[in-house]
Design a protein around this ligand. Sequence first.
Ligand SMILES: [Zn+2]
Length: 292
Amino acid sequence: MTNTHTGPRLRMPQRVAAALACPVCGLALARDANGLTCPARHGFNVAREGYAGLLTGATPPGTGDSKEMVTDRQRFQTAGHYDPIGRALAQALADPGADPLIVDVGGGTGHYLAQVLEALPTAVGLTTDVSKFAARKAAKAHPRAGAVTADSWRALPLVPGTVDAVLNVFAPRNAAEFHRVLAPSGTLLVVTPEPDHLAELRTALGLLDVDPRKEERLAQSLHTHFTPTQARPVRFEMDLPHPDALTVVGMGPSARHITPEDLAERVAALPDPVRVTASVRLGAYRPLPQSA
Ligand SMILES: [Zn+2]
């Protein structure tokens, strides 16, 4: 590797950078003076904040989190409200092998990944997210992690078989891509809401219920590529100040039918802080052997 490039520095361990692949053709990406380039000469920029911009094609407006949403979520996460989820993820990966690469797909600000890396001293990580505002934060979330912008519904910009664990927390699931990038011995961890997740807010604010068939749908979306190995509930209470209650509602799809003004009014009528139950399911999966 030469060190002659002059653009912004790619903030990620070499082991992570070596796993990056061109989102157009799938060939490995290498650093050069202009950013990242594949052997077929598809080029990508490295942003000033140190993440790689690997989105391809047009991204419809409104895709991904806005700057304000990312700021709100970071405040919520820094307050530690969802930390039991990060701890459960780390426990599930207690023995990930030597120098594992962990990728949080649709990982937002990189908060969960940072928690997992803190618990696994030899692990390195990458956060992918469609939002550049999230990627700016994720690039700096942990010294052993990097970030790229990428669309979970397209090809993940990773060399096949290079990833030891994929994290998928309240994020879009692309089973075929998860399977392609995971090593045969790798693990997929999926966090999904249970029917009683945020139950107090659902009742008080008139939010939509969690789809009771969610677990069935999850199994259906994964079964062609993965087999479940374990699942555990993660359930805990949070005392949320009103701004954090609004943020956690906005983090799910359940508030889209209520105007922000109505929502703020209904939250204002609640105790401050308001006690809310978080209830999620953490499922672990192994990749099925590739069919011949
Ligand atoms: Zn390429």
